[in-house]
Design a protein around this ligand. Structure first.
Ligand code: FES
Ligand SMILES: [Fe+2]
Length: 420
């Protein structure tokens, strides 16, 4: 039975090692590209203690910087997003252009050494390595890192059918949790917990999910429209399966199949619609029309993909450096129908356990019965798992086969940690 030392979830030393050897080396998913539309549009982001900012320069190119004034370290952009002509530091008024070059230093004659252009150049904002894939801005803190596409490996090809770049970001909320970032990641990285924690999924969701390891990354497939193998009766169409059918556009009154026929019927139904819909049915395989294709992009992003929408979940270390705290980002995407307009979402940082998921999310989780409730169940457990793991009596996590993605994740994590 694979075992994972619990120390990795609770020690300051391990958190430090992660900071030096993991976060500083991997490609990280940053903001959504369509949050930047016009020159001067910017959006801020944090990763652990690092405050970052992404901006469109005058040529319309994405640039990324540490969001830190080079004079005495004040944070430059304080709002989540906005538009600016230049970076302006509120402390002493230094300015930088949208490519990060310092352009204005009040009373510059009082900084004698700045007549030397080399000295002046050192005051430009510190850039990030930036690239774009899937409608996202990705960044790397290591200026010498290998290209993003090498890092992503098979991910772009596997996800191509969903056409991420056509999807609109319709909601984005951050929750602050009292647990390690990996505690939260783990909880969304297996479906072994469905029968115990999410019983309400079983009438229409198959927790027995095939897993594929993809180098650094991994995926699993949860069939939907299939009563769980752990249920005795998989034939009767009960209330939940009826609700599922309705959510998928099939009138249960007109459906004369049995429980195990539902998934195939939904696939056929969507296949028939594929020429008359703005959803990407045409480019998706039959399984993708019904099932949750659930990808981990190492180290900290899940894409849970459905035919009509996808969710991105990102797990970030906390700015305080406390291994027992984290940020959980929940981002909901859907392609909009031609002419469809939606109210822009309001970005918010909520406190998990205080703010309930249903109240915080503006759009909820579409098309499936009781989905907000499922997320609540996951989230309510996290501080308890962290508290239990923090006990001196708890030394290792013990993993079964259904949790092989967790073991695989830790193998990759330790490759980074052990590489000096
Ligand atoms: S800290 Fe920014 S101008 Fe002084
Ligand atoms: Fe869950």
């Amino acid at each position: 039975m694979p075992e994972i030392p619990a120390d990795r979830y609770k020690s300051n030393e391990f958190q430090q090692l992660e900071w030096q050897r993991l976060w500083g080396r991997v490609w990280n998913m940053g903001p959504r590209l369509d949050e930047l539309r016009n020159p001067g549009d910017y959006v801020t982001h944090t990763l652990g203690k690092e405050r970052l900012v992404f901006v469109l320069n005058k040529q319309g190119e994405v640039r990324g910087f540490f969001n830190v004034c080079r004079h005495r370290g004040n944070v430059l952009c304080r709002r989540y997003s906005g538009n600016m002509k230049t970076f302006y530091c509120a402390f002493h008024g230094w300015k930088y252009d949208l490519d990060g070059a310092v352009t204005d230093i009040p009373h510059r004659e009082r900084f004698a050494e700045l007549d030397d252009p080399d000295e002046l150049e050192k005051l430009n904002l510190t850039p990030l390595l930036v690239d774009v894939w899937g409608g996202w801005i990705w960044f790397n803190l290591n200026p010498g890192a290998a290209p993003l596409m090498d890092f992503l490996g098979e991910i772009p090809e596997k996800l191509a059918g969903y056409q991420f770049e056509r999807a609109t970001l319709i909601d984005y909320k951050t929750f602050e949790f009292d647990c390690n970032w990996k505690t939260c990641l783990d909880a969304f990285n297996e479906s072994y917990h469905f029968p115990a924690l999410h019983r309400q999924l079983l009438p229409w969701g198959n927790e027995d999910a095939p897993i594929t390891l993809l180098g650094l990354h991994s995926m699993m497939i949860n069939e939907y429209g299939v009563p769980s193998p752990s249920l005795e009766d998989r034939e009767t169409i009960g209330a939940q399966l009826e609700e599922y059918l309705r959510g998928q556009g099939i009138d249960p009154e007109m459906f004369d199949g049995r429980g195990l026929d539902v998934r195939g019927a939904v696939q056929k139904h969507k296949r028939k619609l594929q020429n008359d819909t703005h959803f990407s049915y045409q480019s998706l395989e039959d399984g993708q029309l019904t099932d949750a294709y659930h990808y981990l992009v190492f180290p900290n992003v899940h894409f849970n993909c459905f035919a009509e929408f996808h969710v991105a979940m990102r797990y970030r270390p906390h700015p305080s450096g406390d291994p027992g705290r984290m940020f959980f980002d929940f981002l909901m995407f859907a392609p909009l129908a031609p002419g469809e307009d939606i109210e822009p979402f309001t970005y918010k940082i909520a406190k998990g356990g205080v703010d309930t998921v249903g109240d915080v999310l503006e759009w909820g989780v579409r098309s499936f019965p009781a989905s907000d409730e499922v997320l609540e169940q996951d989230i309510a457990l996290l501080p308890l798992v962290q508290a239990g793991m923090s006990s001196d009596s708890f030394d290792v996590l013990r993993l079964g086969e259904d949790e092989s993605r967790l073991g695989h994740f830790h193998e990759n994590l330790m490759r980074y940690i052990e590489e000096k």
